[in-house]
Design a protein around this ligand. Structure first.
Ligand code: NAD
Length: 484
């Protein structure tokens, strides 16, 4: 099927202002299967103007929180209705098994929309006692106002879910948005925008401009009427966004990468830890920000655990994810394929022991074999850098203190998992690791009510939960003089 995708601006599909397009390539066949509009600064300007009109003068501005909540509930129902369609769009674009987005991404998106529907009516201000104004009593109170037009910039690995994390919260707060999906995966954002129109959101509240980061993304970051950039992606692009949007005093929220540790103690529930580590390494071909790619294992079980993990890696059935029984597809694009192989070669060159997988040379399609390294140390590139592929690095430790030191010896700080049956140790380690989210005996639990985000190079700000919606508001204080 040939797809011809356009921007969605003010409720209508439009071509790029200069007519240029970006080819969409299937990672299984390496064939071009369609194209999307290659957005320009002019397209961004049009989309921001539409969003600005709704924010300042449109029907959207007139809606109260309860009314916005009702629209969010309708959108949640439509997303749920189209679960299979949306899961297929996200899966096919990056060669992922559709079962994963069907079970995780789409239900999570639906839950986020429903949760945000409740928050829309709860973004309350405060009344604040003061000492008065030059001897006269006053009443001071705050209100929460929408921050303004948001530029939402999204990566390719879980496009729908990450778009909805931003969209649900900002709509609850009364903002409007221009979404810039990844140039590789524009499909689900465009379908979502069409569903929002069907749900009854006024045209112009949700706009989608497809294209490259250096063009559309940059134009959004520099646009004078965009008040906030909510970005999920690589630290390199995040740094660039700080340089463009940050200096213009826009709000900037950054959800970046990770090199998350899974800390497996001697007393861990062995089989559960093994399953959790395999999931954290191989789900979505390892193209997950919270991938548990550093496996820290206590010496007593390290050899047995690494061998079992290697066995699990060898058991993964790699191939066309549309074929029955296949568990893992290719990585999403050629650049990613080259990157993953480069790191695997670096791991070998730097002296780690290759237990499973290795450099891949498929005839066709960007397939990478699930790979496990053992006898690694925390200085190796495979332990320090985010690879964003199905590659696990096993590092041995002796004491709890050493495990925490290794976990924290990273520029990243997104997530960590602790595997132990010792309750006190679980809490001690959870408190000591410098990350945004810790799972105890569970890898990367996601829930619409929980905040998500990282520290250090993993980002700034939190999405999800009630705080996620509050992050799209400004607090305004109003003081009224009360003469007697
Ligand atoms: P990327 O940074 O290359 O691109 C992300 C998005 O930003 C794309 O839409 C891209 O077009 C755009 N972009 C790129 N450069 C830009 C610029 N200078 N200005 C504005 N926009 C720009 O990342 P990717 O390869 O699409 O995604 C992988 C990365 O995303 C990994 O590092 C991963 O860990 C991270 N990620 C983080 C989370 C999280 O919640 N913390 C979730 C998913 C992915």
């Amino acid at each position: 099927m040939t797809e011809h995708l356009n921007h969605f601006i003010a409720g209508t599909g439009v071509e790029a202002s200069d007519g240029r397009r970006i080819a969409l390539v299937n990672p299984v066949t390496e064939q071009v299967y369609g194209s999307c509009a290659r957005g320009t600064a002019e397209d961004v300007d049009r989309a921001v103007a539409a969003a600005q009109r709704q924010l300042e003068h449109g029907a959207w501005r007139q809606l109260d929180g309860a009314q916005r909540g009702r629209l969010l509930v309708k959108l949640a129902d439509l997303v749920e209705r189209d679960t299979d369609v949306l899961a297929d769009l996200d899966a096919d674009a990056i060669g992922r098994s559709p079962l994963e987005p069907r079970r995780l991404d789409v239900p999570n998106a639906v839950a986020n929309l429903r949760a945000a529907a409740g928050w829309a009516n709860q973004l309350e201000g405060r009344t604040i006692p003061t000492g008065g104004y030059f001897g006269t009593k006053t009443l001071s109170y705050t209100v929460r106002e929408p921050v303004g037009v948001v530029g939402a910039i999204v990566p390719w690995n879980s496009p729908l879910m990450i778009t909805v994390w931003k969209l649900a919260a900002l709509l609850a707060a009364g903002c409007t948005v221009v979404i810039k999906p990844s140039e590789e995966t524009p499909q689900s954002a465009l379908h979502l925008a069409a569903l929002a129109q069907e749900a009854g959101f006024p045209d112009g509240v949700i706009n989608v401009v497809t294209g490259y980061g250096a063009e559309v993304g940059r134009a959004l970051c520099e646009h004078p009427h965009v008040a906030k950039i909510s970005f999920t992606g690589s630290p390199e692009a995040g740094r660039e966004i700080q340089r463009t949007a940050g200096v213009l005093f826009k709000h900037v929220a950054l959800e970046l990468g990770g090199k998350s540790p899974q800390i497996v103690f001697d007393d861990a529930p062995f089989d559960d830890a093994l399953r959790g580590c395999a999931l954290g390494l191989f789900a979505n071909q390892g193209q997950v920000c919270a991938a548990g790619s550093r496996i820290l294992v206590q010496r007593g079980i390290a050899e047995r655990f690494a061998a079992a993990l290697a066995e699990a890696a060898r058991a993964v059935k790699v191939g066309d994810p549309r074929e029955p029984g296949i568990q893992m597809g290719p990585v999403a694009k050629k650049a990613q394929f080259d990157r993953v192989n480069r790191y695997i070669q670096l791991g070998i060159d730097q002296g780690a022991t290759l237990l499973a997988g290795g450099v891949s040379t498929p005839e066709r399609g960007w397939f990478v074999r699930p790979t496990i390294f053992a006898n690694a140390n925390n200085e190796m590139a495979i332990a320090r850098d985010e690879i964003f592929g199905p590659v696990g690095t096993v590092i041995t430790f002796d004491s709890e203190e050493e495990a925490v030191a290794l976990a924290n010896d990273s520029t990243y700080g997104l997530a960590a998992t602790v595997w132990t049956t010792d309750l006190a140790r679980a809490h001690r380690v959870a408190a000591a690791v410098k990350v945004g989210a810790v799972g105890v005996n569970c890898w990367s639990p996601l829930d619409a009510n929980l905040p998500w985000g990282g520290v250090k190079t993993s980002g700034i700000g939190r999405e999800g939960g009630f705080g996620g919606a509050m992050a799209y508001t400004e607090e305004k204080v109003i003081t009224v003089l009360l003469p007697t």
